[in-house]
Design a protein around this ligand. Structure first.
Ligand SMILES: [Zn+2]
Length: 498
């Protein structure tokens, strides 16, 4: 398998540090707001990477943190006049709610900064001890000039960076490029005791501390969005390498942005769609399929039209899968002791079966080749669509043959079709994470929504026509099945599930 390593700017052969094992760390969200579609991209991309490693037989340890101490969280808490914990608890909860329909792996380790303060203090002390960090008035800074390789990941030289760095006269740092490992406590901010007095960690140090705790000084993959390359990942490298002299991450993977009309989707730009808004209109499967239809390093341009097309694609995919299930069920019902396990070469079906078996194997190889080439999910998807097309053709043939012949050969036909179907389902569900059952759930809730609207309309018409018997019957009937309705002054009706 080859992966594009941002560190070398090249496609590199993936060789795990430890045979059969993959350890990966992906920077997680700062929990002060609902996540938007741009935040959802790395979640889906690295989920697919982890799933693919599992599919290839690796034992995967995947860590993604929650940043639950940060300026933005404190600002939000002050604005809402609540504690920072109140904010972080709310948005960690909403993170799980929002990502649930995306069917993300359940075994991801999700440490929080506030639970790792000791580890953060330990690495900060180590950096001071090794001469890479210094304390000024209760603050600790990393001394960028001490680390010669600083800028390697983002392809920049310290001298170039210094020209661009703004010198703030209020700053107490030795060098404008130096960054905070520990920040002295300010009024109204959360704080912890430390050897440098009360304070809180800087942003970058948390990932160095948490990746080490769960994955060690050297691990396989570090991922995140492109916007994290500088300064965040550059700083993580400086911290981890200077503290423990390990290799830190071997492969650095970065996903491209989600854009709207060519601009990066971001909270600061105000041009974003929250994941929960999108999930109100499309299923989690559609979102996943939309994201993996573009190679992870390329930008995705978001549009509702493309989402709508993805929905149609998914619908076709699922109706084909259902068709194969039906064909298989029918074949299996015909199996009896008279079934032929082998057929003669002269048999007309022989050619089709042999061809189909060959093609099925080939689809698996093509899928692996695509995924092996830097996780080329659009290519992998196209092999899946090709396989579906062939399976549909094969199903057409099965449906056309006479009942007698179908009955005789049902065991063989079912075996051949089932093999292809199973491999297809593993690729779609286990690797790409598109779960059929979720689609049924989503379409069921869509249907319930429509039925509720219809029912409320009938009730409202009944009330207009003074048919109170019917309108009460609907209200009482709904209450019995756990739906409480409430009539508003403006004539509309709300309903809640109780
Ligand atoms: Zn990080």
């Amino acid at each position: 398998m080859r992966l594009y390593n941002t560190m070398s700017n090249k496609l590199e052969e993936f060789e795990p540090i430890e045979e059969g094992k993959v350890k990966m760390y992906v920077c997680g969200p700062t929990v002060y707001n609902y996540i938007h579609l741009g935040n959802a991209r790395p979640i889906v991309v690295f989920d697919i990477l982890a799933r693919y490693f599992k599919y290839r037989g690796y034992d995967v340890t995947y860590v993604q943190n929650f940043t639950d101490v940060d300026d933005k969280i404190i600002k939000r808490a002050n604005e809402e006049k609540v504690s920072p914990e109140k904010i972080t608890e709310k948005y960690i909860q909403s993170f799980f709610e929002d990502t649930e329909p995306l069917n993300v792996l359940k075994d991801i380790k999700r440490p929080r900064v506030t639970e790792n303060i000791n580890e953060i203090i330990e690495i900060t002390e180590k950096l001071i001890e090794n001469g890479y960090a210094y304390e000024i008035d209760g603050n600790v800074f990393f001394d960028v000039k001490k680390y010669n390789d600083y800028g390697k990941l983002s392809n920049q030289k310290i001298s170039e960076l210094e020209i661009g760095a703004r010198v703030d006269i209020m700053e107490i740092k030795n060098n404008p490029l130096d960054f905070a490992l520990w920040k002295k406590k300010k009024d109204g901010e959360p704080y912890w005791d430390s050897p440098w007095g009360e304070g809180r960690p800087g942003w970058h140090i948390e990932c160095s501390a948490m990746s080490r705790k769960y994955l060690g000084d050297t691990f396989d993959i570090h991922g995140g969005g492109q916007d994290l390359i500088f300064p965040h990942h550059e700083n993580e490298i400086a911290q981890s390498k200077c503290a423990y002299h390990g290799h830190f991450a071997k492969y650095w993977l970065h996903n491209g942005f989600v854009q709207i009309d060519g601009d990066k989707m971001s909270k600061s730009m105000g041009n974003f769609f929250l994941l929960r808004e999108i999930l109100g209109k499309f299923s989690g499967n559609v979102v996943r399929l939309f994201i993996l239809s573009t190679h992870y390093r390329k930008p995705i341009n978001f549009s509702f039209e493309d989402m709508e097309n993805t929905r149609k694609t998914l619908k076709n995919m699922i109706s084909s899968l259902k068709r194969f299930e039906a064909v298989l069920k029918n074949l299996q019902s015909l199996i009896n002791h008279n079934n032929l396990k082998k057929i003669e070469r002269t048999d007309e079906l022989y050619k089709f079966i042999e061809e189909f078996k060959e093609k099925s194997d080939d689809f698996n190889n093509k899928f692996i080749r695509a995924m092996d080439e830097d996780l080329n999910t659009p290519q992998a998807l196209s092999t899946i669509f090709d396989q579906i097309r062939e399976m549909n053709k094969f199903s057409d043939i099965i449906e056309k043959i006479s009942d007698k012949e179908k009955s005789e050969k049902s065991e063989l036909l079912s075996e051949v079709l089932n093999l292809s179907y199973k491999s297809l389902k593993i690729k779609i569900e286990d690797v790409l994470g598109v779960l059929m059952i979720n689609e049924e759930k989503a379409s069921n809730s869509e249907l319930s929504e429509k039925l509720m609207k219809l029912l409320l309309k009938i009730r409202s018409d009944a009330r207009k026509n003074k048919n109170f018997e019917l309108s009460d019957e609907i209200r009482d009937g709904l209450r019995k099945i756990g739906v409480e309705i409430k009539d508003n002054k403006d004539g509309t009706t709300d309903y809640t599930l109780v």
